[in-house]
Write a protein that binds this ligand. Structure first.
Ligand code: SF4
Ligand code: SF4
Length: 94
C-alpha cells in the first residue's frame, strides 16, 4: 500500500489537449515494439488493413496500399490479423 498522503487535488494535471487536432504532431510510432511489413507480391489490395487500422497508418493511393506510416503506426498488429492472405508480418523492431 502506498504511503502517499496527497489528495487528488495535489496530483499534477496531465493528458491535457490544448490544441484540437494536435495528435498528428505526435510520433506515436515511438511506442512500437513490432512493425508491420507488407509483402506486396501477395497483397490483393482488399484494403481490410486500411479499414481496420486504428491509427490510419496504412497509406492508400488509387485504391492500392502504398506504404505504412511508421511515424504513427503503433504496431498493434490488427492489420496482420485481418489480412485475408497473411501478407503482413509483424517484425520485431531493432
Ligand atoms: S500495426 Fe496497428 S497501427 Fe500499425 S498499421 Fe497495423 S493496424 Fe495500423
Ligand atoms: S489486408 Fe492484406 S491483402 Fe488486404 S490490402 Fe491489406 S495487406 Fe493487402
Amino acid at each position: 500500500m502506498s504511503d502517499n498522503k496527497n489528495g487528488w487535488k495535489d496530483i499534477p494535471i496531465g493528458g491535457m489537449i490544448k490544441k484540437a487536432g494536435n495528435a498528428f504532431e505526435y510520433k506515436t510510432g515511438d511506442w512500437r515494439v513490432y512493425r508491420p511489413v507488407i509483402d506486396r507480391e501477395k497483397c490483393i489490395d482488399c484494403l481490410l488493413c486500411w479499414i481496420h487500422c486504428p491509427d490510419s497508418a496504412i497509406k492508400v493511393e488509387d485504391a492500392k496500399i502504398v506504404e505504412v506510416d511508421y511515424d504513427h503506426c503503433k504496431g498493434c498488429g490488427i492489420c496482420a490479423e485481418v489480412c485475408p492472405v497473411n501478407c503482413i508480418k509483424m517484425e520485431k523492431e531493432n
